[in-house]
Design a protein around this ligand. Structure first.
Ligand code: MEV
Length: 428
């Protein structure tokens, strides 16, 4: 069904149209939307304003994972995620590494990129010469926009002309390198690029014999030089688990990581497990998880084959386990100062700088990866996962307290399945 002027309707009118068109005016459907409205009208308005055509709120659970020792400082980490087991796994891993020195992290660099993509129908040598003469003018044209960012320690670090004509005829870029301090920087970068592109176009019209056309100007979400590394290590003896000796466990652990390093099918799932932790903190701190995801996976494929973001090895009876990934996030700007829960998260994390937050997020990713590999090489993931999932299934079946108790007792030593649960509770 098509509609004109939808965005101009009030929230109530939008809901009316939707219910009439798709729900046969079902009052139950209306209640579903309305029951998630916030009682506090001002708070609801704040949320309505984040995006367009807002009808209601979509809740995700907000949880915390305590006991993360990162660079000798203890954190309780906020996590927003719908998948059961993830927070439990992160907490368990954090606790495991707590008395083994915790997580050690390091930010490699924080350089971000943005490009003016353009075509020039003329001699490359003329364009190179033009860029050399006008580089400073382009920078001067965005000097005012940089003032605030410079005060915070950021700004444009460099600009370069890049010849891309072997890939596409007449295609060039001006690549900007930025430091965006504690901001993720998307708005700053895109504003600078749009202004600089205008200057480039005007200067080209005055000085170049060929035609220069701006195709687009946009930041890159790929930040291979805005990277963080996190590692843990412990003597293999400390890894003894069930019937597995510490040495056997460590060998299996390293093999599991090696498989993800050479086998893309496994690497995707392996990295997905890392992103379970990464995204949960990224969302809780009001950052853009789509950008973080795209960046991480591009980095995992940087050498032409998709591979693991983490690495493990044994040296002199010590297991070294590490994760290195690009991460472009911020602790100022965006919704960080607007969303009450994001503010709460940042305060809970002791008001981190972007550097600090990169390290906290990466540590959560490594903890998640450790927990997943630990399950995979021992009991398998279903045991813990289905225990948590049992709760969801019981909710789905509207189980009574007695039924819950019965199910929890029954499944203590058995595999959880929906069919087995329905059989147990005599449901069809
Ligand atoms: C599930 O969300 C994540 C895992 O599949 C990750 C992994 O296999 O490493 C458990």
């Amino acid at each position: 069904m098509q509609v004109n002027g939808f965005s101009k309707l009030s929230k109530e009118a939008k809901i009316d149209w939707l219910l009439q068109t798709y729900f046969n005016n079902d009052s139950h459907a209306r209640r579903i939307l309305e029951q998630y409205w916030h009682n506090d009208e001002a708070l609801q308005e704040l949320h309505d304003g984040f995006i367009e055509n807002t009808l209601t709120n979509f809740y995700l659970p907000y949880a915390v994972a305590p006991n993360f020792l990162i660079n000798d400082k203890t954190y309780t980490i906020p996590m927003v995620i719908e998948e059961s087991s993830v927070v439990a796994a992160a907490s368990k891993a954090a606790k495991f590494w707590l008395d083994k020195g915790g997580f050690k992290t390091e930010v490699t660099d924080t350089e971000k990129l943005g490009h003016i993509h353009f075509t020039y129908a003329g001699k490359t040598s003329e364009l190179i010469d033009f860029f050399r003469r006008n580089r400073l003018k382009i920078l001067q044209s965005v000097a005012g926009m940089q003032a605030n960012m410079k005060k915070r320690g950021g700004g444009i670090k460099d600009i370069n002309l890049i010849d891309k004509t072997t890939a596409i005829p007449d295609y060039y870029q001006i690549e900007f390198k930025f430091d965006t301090a504690d901001a993720m920087g998307a708005n700053f970068i895109n504003s600078v690029l749009e202004e600089a592109a205008e200057t480039l176009k005007n200067l080209a019209q005055e000085q170049l014999s060929g035609k220069l056309d701006i195709v687009m100007r946009i930041l890159s979400n790929y930040t291979p030089d805005c990277r963080v590394k996190v590692s843990v290590n412990c003597p293999v003896d400390a890894l003894q688990t069930g019937s597995l000796s510490g040495e056997a466990y460590a060998k299996k652990f390293v093999q599991a990581i090696q498989i993800a390093e050479v086998e893309p099918c496994r690497a995707v799932t392996h990295n997905k497990g890392i992103m379970n932790g990464v995204d949960a903190v990224v969302i809780a701190t009001g950052n853009d998880f789509r950008a973080v995801e795209a960046n991480a996976h591009a980095y995992a494929g940087r050498n032409g084959q998709y591979t693991s973001l983490s690495h493990a090895e044994i040296r002199e009876d010590i297991l070294y386990f590490s994760l290195e990934m690009p991460l472009a996030i911020g602790t100022v700007g965006g919704i960080t100062a607007i969303h009450p829960l994001v503010k709460f998260s940042l305060q809970l994390l002791q008001n981190p700088s972007a550097h600090d937050l990169m390290q906290i997020i990466a540590a959560t990713g490594l903890a998640q990866n450790f927990a997943a590999i630990n399950s995979l090489i021992t009991d398998g993931i279903q045991k813990g996962h289905m225990k948590m999932h049992l709760n969801n299934l019981l909710n789905f079946l509207n189980a009574t307290p007695d039924e819950r108790l019965k199910a929890e007792r029954y499944f203590t030593d058995k595999k959880v399945s929906f069919k087995a649960l329905k059989d147990l509770l005599g449901r069809v």
